[in-house]
Design a protein around this ligand. Structure first.
Ligand SMILES: Nc1nc2c(c(=O)[nH]1)N[C@H]1C(S)=C(S)[C@@H](COP(=O)(O)OP(=O)(O)OC[C@H]3O[C@@H](n4cnc5c(N)ncnc54)[C@H](O)[C@@H]3O)O[C@H]1N2
Ligand code: MOO
Length: 421
């Protein structure tokens, strides 16, 4: 089976063309962290929906205390008190005050709140009179009805990611069942007769064997980007077993991910068994390094990925191809779909000759005096795992130009931006 290698941007576009939304459903608000909103939501009321006090003090008429001073206080009659959660039934008349706590509704007739600290002995409970020591302007220490959010206003738009702030807004409006996009189900299976379970003891990992780390790597990436991963037991290089596994995964999952077995070795069966099972292979081999053997196909609405077996190549394939598919499938749009793209100044030389491929190097992007720099001084082979540590981005090196130390380069961020080391 031969397939023309394609370029990276074409490959990503091809994947996104075949993404179908996993659909929407209602989810209990406490479970919505990290989900993507499936509808625009509008404010059903004003917030606050009543004018309330911002301070503990006295609700007053500002005109009564215009001439108040420390040496010549204005004494007001205290006619009632109102706590948060209560409503005073009194209406203020000239010369009157109502003791009020933060959060309580402003009584009728009052237009300002005078804080305890602006009174003499106002902290004391059950007082009948209060001496006001300073003038208070109209509106002082009041949060007015609708001041924060107005009824009918767009609160959150479709595509917003729900986090603590968004969830608290939803709770404010009593939106207990939230319309969110379903997270895609993603099955992962690593292939290769050299693999043993990651829980295997040192004695069980004999020469030629190695623990399956790719399944865990891909599973955590899926979780990070809004998919529901399911790790299937690894399968040895046996076409029948692989085909059986593929069939059962296609029945249960929205996305099927293979790692390993996608190259041209004698035991690299994945592209062939995919085709035999009816997967329409859209590409096999991309002009990138590492991770060139990557494969992508569709089976009805299901997506099938074959990622390189080499751990670093697997990671880069997953970041470039699988992550955008998951993010698009769970409702993200536009530039939210791919990893954040930034520009940073390169530290160090690429140290490699120009090739027709687009290279992706693991780097550490950091902020120094307001500028982004990216350090690529680490081993970059596709089998090297040590440079997973301490990196947070992929540096893109296109075929036509090898940048030098100090040049601006494009990066795709996958971890938090660091500080200078
Ligand atoms: N004649 C050619 N040979 C190869 C080519 C090529 O174009 N022509 N491409 C090379 C490149 S590039 C890569 S990358 C590898 C990819 O091969 P596969 O995706 O088929 O991966 P495997 O051969 O199965 O494994 C490669 C390597 O990674 C280790 N591995 C595999 N799975 C796991 C796992 N789950 N956890 C940890 N490590 C894993 C495996 O033991 C191998 O060492 O092909 C080149 N060959
Ligand atoms: O491109 Mo391979 O992915 O070098 O290891």
């Amino acid at each position: 089976m031969n397939q023309r290698p394609i370029f990276i941007d074409e490959a990503v576009q091809m994947i996104l063309q075949h993404v179908c939304s996993a659909g929407a459903h209602l989810l209990n608000l406490p479970e919505t962290e990290g989900h993507i909103l499936a509808e625009d939501l509008y404010a059903s009321t004003d917030v606050p929906h009543f004018s309330k006090s911002m301070m503990d003090g006295f609700a007053i008429r500002s005109e009564d205390v215009q001439d108040a001073s420390f040496s010549s206080p204005v004494t007001l009659k205290v006619i009632d008190e109102v706590m948060a959660g209560e409503v005073s039934s009194c209406r203020l008349q000239p010369g009157e005050a109502i003791r009020i706590m933060t959060g309580a509704p402003i009584p009728a007739g009052a237009d300002a709140v005078c804080r305890f600290e602006q009174t003499r002995d106002g902290f004391k409970q059950n007082i009948r009179e209060v001496a006001i020591l300073t003038p208070v302007r109209a509106g002082e220490s009041i949060s007015f009805c609708g001041e924060d959010i107005q009824k009918g206003q767009l609160l959150l738009s479709e595509g917003s990611q729900i986090g603590p702030s968004e969830a608290s807004i939803l709770a404010t409006f009593g939106i207990a069942d939230v319309p969110v996009f379903k997270k895609p189900r993603v099955g992962i299976v690593s292939t290769g007769s050299e693999l043993v379970d990651y829980r295997s003891t040192a004695e069980e990992v004999s020469d030629g064997k190695l623990r399956n780390s790719n399944s865990i790597l891909v599973s955590q990436l899926i979780q990070q980007h809004g998919g529901i991963p399911r790790i299937y037991p690894y399968v040895s290089d046996d076409p029948e077993a692989l085909q059986e596994r593929l069939r059962s995964m296609l029945e249960r999952e929205d996305i099927v991910v293979f790692t390993g077995g996608v190259s041209v070795g004698d035991k690299d069966y994945i592209p062939h068994i995919c085709r035999e099972t009816g997967v329409d292979i859209k590409f096999w081999k991309v002009m990138i390094r590492p991770g060139q053997p990557a494969m992508f196909g569709v089976f009805g609405k299901r997506l099938v990925f074959g990622l390189s077996g080499n751990p670093a190549a697997c990671f880069i394939n997953a970041l470039l191809f699988l992550v955008p598919a998951i993010r698009a499938m769970n409702g993200r749009k536009g530039d939210q779909v791919t990893l954040p793209a930034l520009t940073a100044r390169l530290i160090g030389d690429v140290g490699q000759k120009p090739v027709k491929h687009t290279r992706f190097l693991r780097g550490n992007v950091f902020l120094d005096e307001g500028q982004l720099f990216v350090d690529i001084q680490r081993a970059q082979s596709s089998a090297i795992m040590s440079s997973f540590l301490g990196t947070n981005c992929l540096v893109r090196i296109d075929s036509d130009h090898i940048p030098k130390h100090g040049e601006l380069v494009s990066i795709y961020q996958y971890g938090l931006i660091g500080k200078p080391v």
